[in-house]
Design a protein around this ligand. Structure first.
Ligand SMILES: Nc1ncnc2c1ncn2[C@@H]1O[C@H](COP(=O)(O)OP(=O)(O)O)[C@@H](O)[C@H]1O
Ligand SMILES: [Mg+2]
Length: 259
């Protein structure tokens, strides 16, 4: 299986206020298979967002390497890093829309900034995307005038504009009610089926999010446990994972323990 992203013995720490050191990633190895969906789960503050920032080169590792399509991101700077980032579509926590731009302008932004398309081409392309994400008719609205679900759809539409080969989603359903979350998951499944990108989804929404996962990574105390499928998690003998399964996945997943 080809890997789109591979972490090799990555260490990332932060200095603590008390003078100590917090190891957020304490020598982690994992790979993200191309064309598949990997879910990274773990408690709040365990390093999920930091992991995504390292992938994008928005933060630097202390040591170790991160390969993206065979290139070591940790060795790239400036322009090369910019070029690499263009491979990614990113939906950050909160959607990160520009409040002073309309829906149309938000979605058009990557095309204006990164391509040489004419105004007319951009108009067409954005109209197509907005239709795909069921946002037609809302072009002139500002983010504050949209529901949480719509904001996420705009964020997703924008992230998809440059047809990235890798998509990163940081807590895509946080702050949404269950119906909206379900809508986002359907949208994800549809978009993924159509474009076939590699994706990493960081999420708390367990076990629901596992329906989308090919591979699951659990982040705990600076270490990562990698599972080839959500079902595999239940077979782990690590106490912290058994506890996690019981707390978040429920009785169905414990059925093998019942005689
Ligand atoms: N720029 C930073 N400076 C210092 N500490 C940071 C920084 N970014 C993140 N951290 C710390 O790293 C840990 C992991 O953060 P993060 O990846 O955002 O967690 P989460 O898993 O909730 O996304 C947290 O304890 C956070 O306080
Ligand atoms: Mg986070």
């Amino acid at each position: 299986m080809t890997s789109a992203i591979a972490f090799k013995n990555v260490v990332k720490s932060f200095a603590k206020r008390d003078g100590g050191i917090q190891y957020v990633l304490d020598g982690v190895d994992f790979s993200i298979p191309a064309g598949k969906t990997t879910v990274i789960a773990g408690g709040s503050g365990t390093g999920k967002s930091v992991t995504l920032k390292l992938v994008l080169g928005l933060m630097q590792v202390d040591s170790g390497q991160i390969f993206i399509k065979g290139r070591d991101v940790t060795a790239l700077r400036g322009r090369e890093l910019e070029q690499l980032r263009a491979e990614f579509g990113v939906l950050f926590q909160g959607g990160a829309l520009f409040d002073s731009l309309t829906v149309f302008e938000n979605v058009a932004l990557p095309l204006r900034e990164r391509t040489k398309k004419s105004a007319e081409e951009i108009q067409d392309r954005v109209a197509t995307t907005l239709a795909q994400f069921e946002l037609t008719g809302h072009e002139e609205k500002y983010p504050a005038q949209l529901s949480g679900g719509m904001q996420k759809r705009v964020g997703l539409a924008r992230a998809m504009q440059l047809q990235p080969s890798i998509m990163l989603f940081d807590e895509p359903t946080t702050g949404l009610d269950p119906v909206m979350s379900q809508e986002i998951y359907h949208l994800f499944a549809r978009t993924k089926a159509e474009f076939g990108f590699t994706s990493i989804i960081v999420s708390h929404d367990i076990p629901k999010i596992f329906n989308l996962a090919d591979q699951v990574i659990l982040l705990h105390n600076g270490k990562m446990d990698v599972f080839g499928s959500p079902e595999e998690i239940q077979w782990s003998e690590k106490p912290y994972i058994q506890e996690f399964v019981q707390k978040t996945m429920g009785d169905i997943y414990q059925s093998h323990l019942v005689e």
